[in-house]
Design a protein around this ligand. Structure first.
Ligand code: 11C
Length: 344
């Protein structure tokens, strides 16, 4: 069967990767509808050698659509996802609009693909930094149990959109040329203050919540528990933006349940794990880095060490392309999984 697929937010940093991934993974697209804001309407984008015109998103555009991939911000999803569902589409939403809703599955196919069976039209794609972490942690949980996760992230600017990538480039150029640096986007476009990202590290991603954590940190905490079906899991996160264009990195400390687990045990489990590439050999200085992971669909894991004090504690370094596995390719994998389960 060929599907009528719509991409909402097609011209954005994630939307462009969605179109690329649909083509690259050879998803059975019969018709592709590209939707955007009024501002980007009229642009064209290439798909399988053809130029497709981007149209302004409106409820009527979803007539006849089978699968709608949304990545145009939470407000657009809240307004238009129910309209798409009403017209018979299955929505795969890449925003945080519906992620924690009880009747919306939050899915990473390698971890909880079976949650797709109870969807009611909308399926949520998790936050990028959450996705790469759970892909690596789920096989460990299955084999040895999991009690605690403490993560610090090193997140690329593309997570904040195409304008943030431009800002990193412009600021870097300005610093190198000795010109004044302008900051208008990061850390959060809609927050009061802006700081330069070039040659800097900003310990704020998304807005602060009343408990002192940022929304990005709370997303990592709450989404991890929901995806792994572990409301009792202890999770803490510190999310930091660094001047890397694409590819999120994470330093993750875990405590497993089982006694006597070794680094070799973790290697064995991760070597076999779906969607994971183990790159861990200190003798060869082999470890994952964003420059090597960009453009790839997998999650890369290395630097695995046993904690020096806690016998069930381990440290890992996890890297993935935040626009692909963190967003676009996870969404397309959800569509592939729906097809595999006979749900579309
Ligand atoms: C970032 N993780 O790197 C964010 C972007 O909830 O899907 C993804 C926001 C989201 O800024």
């Amino acid at each position: 069967k060929q599907y009528h697929v719509a991409v909402v937010g097609a011209t954005g940093a994630v939307g462009q990767q969605m179109v690329r991934t649909l083509e690259d993974r050879n998803f059975p697209v019969g018709t592709l509808t590209l939707l955007s804001s009024e501002r980007s309407a009229g642009k064209t984008m290439r798909f399988r050698g053809e130029e497709i015109e981007v149209q302004a998103a409106s409820p009527e555009r979803f007539e006849g659509v089978d699968i709608a991939l949304f990545s145009a911000g939470g407000a657009v999803s809240k307004a238009l996802a129910p309209e798409a569902v009403r017209r018979g589409a299955v929505v795969i939403d890449n925003t945080s609009a519906f992620r924690m809703d009880e009747d919306v599955p939050l899915v990473v196919p390698e971890v909880n693909g079976s949650d797709l069976t109870w969807h009611n039209g909308i399926i949520a794609n998790p936050n990028c930094s959450t996705i790469q972490m759970v892909v690596a942690l789920e096989p460990i949980r299955k084999a040895f149990g999991l009690e605690r996760v403490i993560v610090s992230t090193y997140q690329a600017v593309s997570g904040a959109g195409a304008q943030a990538i431009e800002e990193l480039h412009a600021q870097t150029k300005a610093v190198l040329e000795g010109k004044p640096v302008e900051a208008n986007i990061l850390p959060v476009k809609s927050d009061r203050k802006h700081y330069p990202i070039a040659f800097n590290a900003i310990p704020q991603i998304d807005k602060f919540q009343d408990n002192g954590f940022t929304f990005e940190e709370m997303k990592m905490i709450n989404e991890t528990k929901k995806i792994m079906h572990m409301p009792e899991l202890k999770v803490a996160a510190t999310c930091v933006r660094i001047p890397v264009a694409s590819g999120h990195s994470e330093s993750v400390y875990i405590e497993v349940e089982q006694d006597g687990v070794t680094v070799a045990d973790l290697h064995e489990v991760l070597r076999e794990a779906p969607g994971v590439v183990l790159q861990d050999d200190p003798s060869e200085q082999l470890y994952p880095m964003p420059v090597h992971c960009v453009g790839q669909y997998d999650v890369f894991v290395g630097r695995i060490r046993r904690d020096l004090d806690h016998p069930r504690g381990f440290h890992l370094w996890i890297v993935a392309d935040n626009l692909l596995k963190g967003a676009a390719s996870n969404s397309v994998q959800i569509a592939e999984h729906l097809q595999k389960l006979g749900l579309i």
